[in-house]
Design a protein around this ligand. Structure first.
Ligand code: 3MF
Ligand code: MG
Length: 344
């Protein structure tokens, strides 16, 4: 039995369209997804603001809250919680050049307006976590924006959110690139630096996504460990990634099992989840997947996580200690490989 609680976003079950071709599967209605998520063993849903209130621009601020309450009723119906709300600042015409770091001040105001709405929606859904994946905040053309100015714009925007609601927690989801060429918060270290520069660092933390760490050429467990050491790992997006290329969001553990094991081991060792944090997945089905198999990548990721959790819980720390004392890392490494291969 896993000691963790799991979460997933509705975008993790999608129709398979990509930038090069159309959908390959049927769209599945939101409520049906929530029902399946709960049957699969998830206990919370992650949201973008407009996953909760589609076409939010056409609603008044009060009506946005009303719409959010309808979604809360759906969640309640399936005994599911909301983990976080993330303003989707990469689809709108007004965020073409970024959100908080857009060169146009009207666009920056719109980005902050969307963030306030995310905070309102989160409140209606009964959660206080706001995730900032800073999709277009960076540069496509290096000379188009000063990184100094852009960094300060981000701190300003977060300070406004902290002021807007005294309960809101801001989680920066770091990513080094894509869709921009150079982002401003490329690693969790950047996120922690931003946190320290805000008016209330105790309310600004991070969310580490495995694939994003790999894209930065870093080890996901070390990224998570860095935030954990500072008491600021408030969310994770587990998935996998075959080296440094476009963001793949593969099922957890399918590319590098040892790297996946070390993420699970770290989360187990450090009692991740003891403040109510979820093991969040951010995984995509392969494009060839058929409609009837729309949830297989989620099931596979959960099963791989749980199998690795079982291995992490019976990790032989006495043997590890002896190996470290004897500086016998060859034996320690072989022990880990045998554990993963099912030989011990
Ligand atoms: C992109 C991501 C995003 C975020 C999501 C919630 C669409 O690489 O990982 O998924 O996870 O926006 O913050
Ligand atoms: Mg993510």
């Amino acid at each position: 039995m896993s000691k963790f609680k799991f979460s997933v976003g509705p975008w993790n079950v999608h129709s398979g369209a990509d930038s090069y071709g159309p959908a390959t599967r049927e769209e599945i209605p939101f409520e049906e997804k929530v029902k399946r998520f709960s049957e699969l063993g998830f206990s919370a849903v992650q949201f973008h603001d407009d996953d909760v209130v589609p076409n939010m621009d056409s609603f008044s601020e009060e009506d946005i809250k009303k719409e959010a309450r309808k979604v809360k009723a759906v969640l309640d119906n399936y005994n599911m919680a909301a983990e976080f709300v993330a303003p989707r600042l990469w689809m709108d015409r007004r965020t073409t050049d970024g959100g908080y770091m857009s060169s146009d001040h009207k666009d920056r105001e719109y980005a902050v307006w969307r963030s306030y709405r995310s905070i309102d929606i989160a409140h209606e859904l009964g959660c206080n976590k706001i995730v900032l994946w800073l999709a277009r905040d960076g540069t496509l053309c290096a000379e188009s924006k000063s990184p100094v100015w852009a960094t300060k714009m981000l701190v300003d925007a977060i300070n406004q959110m902290l002021r807007y609601n005294s309960k809101a927690l801001i989680l920066i989801e770091s990513k080094p690139n894509e869709p921009v060429d150079r982002s401003i918060c490329g690693t969790i270290g950047h996120a922690m630096g931003i946190s320290a520069a805000t008016t209330d660092p105790s309310r600004v933390g991070g969310l580490v996504e495995s694939a994003h760490a790999i894209l930065a050429g870093l080890d996901p467990a070390h990224e998570m460990g860095f935030a954990l050491a500072l008491g600021k790992l408030w969310g994770v997006h587990l998935n996998d990634q075959n080296s440094i290329k476009f963001d793949q969001d593969k099922s957890f553990g399918v590319e590098n099992l040892r790297q996946a094991f070390n993420q699970v081991k770290l989360l187990v060792e450090n009692n991740y989840g003891s403040n109510g944090e979820y093991i969040g997945l951010d995984v995509k089905a392969m494009r060839t997947t058929k409609t009837e198999d729309s949830y297989k990548h989620l099931e596979n990721s959960l099963n791989i996580f749980k199998a690795l959790e079982e291995k992490a819980r019976r990790f032989d720390y006495d043997f590890q200690k002896k190996c470290v004392e004897n500086r016998d890392f060859e034996s320690l490494e072989m022990y880990v490989m045998k554990l993963l291969m099912g030989i011990v």
